[in-house]
Design a protein around this ligand. Sequence first.
Ligand code: PLP
Length: 360
Amino acid sequence: MGRVYNFSAGPAVLPEEVLKEAAEEMLDYRGTGMSVMEMSHRSKAYDNIIKEAEADIRDLMNIPDNYKVLFLQGGASQQFAAVPMNMMKNGKAAYIITGQWAKKAYQEAQKYGEAVAVASSADKTFSYIPDCSDLDIPEDADYVYICENNTIYGTKFWQLPNTKGKDLVADVSSCFLSEPVDVSKYGVIYGGVQKNVGPAGLVISIIREDLIRDDVPAYVPTMLKWKTQADADSLYNTPNCYAIYICGKVFKWIKKMGGLEAMKKHNEAKAKILYDFLDESKLFKGTVEKKDRSLMNVPFVTGNADLDAKFVAESKAAGLENLKGHRTVGGMRASIYNAMPIEGVEKLVEFMKKFEAENA
Ligand SMILES: *Cc1c(COP(=O)(O)O)cnc(C)c1O
């Protein structure tokens, strides 16, 4: 059996070229006689891999020199704790609740200080992004926190909140490297890489240097103190070597594709095919307010749970995998990350048309 079109929300599809190259290098990485999985993280060969990965992501995102790039473990969820541990000086932060991941981060922050929910879209099942132009942000808040692309609900902040001068922290797990970004607008940008960049278990945190502090509370574990990792160039302990290696290949793939501008065009073209169909369909409908639609995660429903289940089963049989919606939302969700080719989305819409004709 060949490869399927994989619409998984994460871990998710990776560029086939990258997987093939990794396969070719599996037994003998460029004359070292060993796999990247088998080599010391202190070796010359590995040093090149991690340094090149950092240089490439800096280049792609145009990351200013006063930001550190850290390759950390524990996934995005580990940063839910690391952010308040490292950033709460006044013990207070403002959270914008636009879905489950934002809510989890907010709940985690409450363990270490006062997390204030300054806006939420929970009233309409997180189907929109609240107006964040004039929020009641506490004077002494250490930062304002958002989940920029809501993987489960399919919404995206197309305009960053007015933080009233506070540092912005963004979880970009599901929109990482999907479009150009002005890093200087953020204090911290971080993302688990398994949605759009690489294998699970690695989180990349891009942190403005002045936010990397030595005077964190004594209880903060050594490993969760950003300064520990910043001082050691992400090699305080053994990092997720193989995941960093694959991410490095994905960075090179994105560069070859034309960089983040080109990625954005590619992603817009794919999303348009799907959203245009949803807008005209008599059977399927999108669940998100149009202005807040994500380019990466597209949830949709038929309005009939049995028909949704039938769709998921039949689409799978047709080689379109992982279209079942998140267990808390139901319906369907197509995640169409960078590595999803346009043909995958065309095939999906073709299948949806056929299903609609058969089930109308
Ligand atoms: C998947 C996801 C997470 C959780 O990532 P882990 O690496 O599993 O901790 C957090 N935030 C967002 C936006 C996600 O999509």
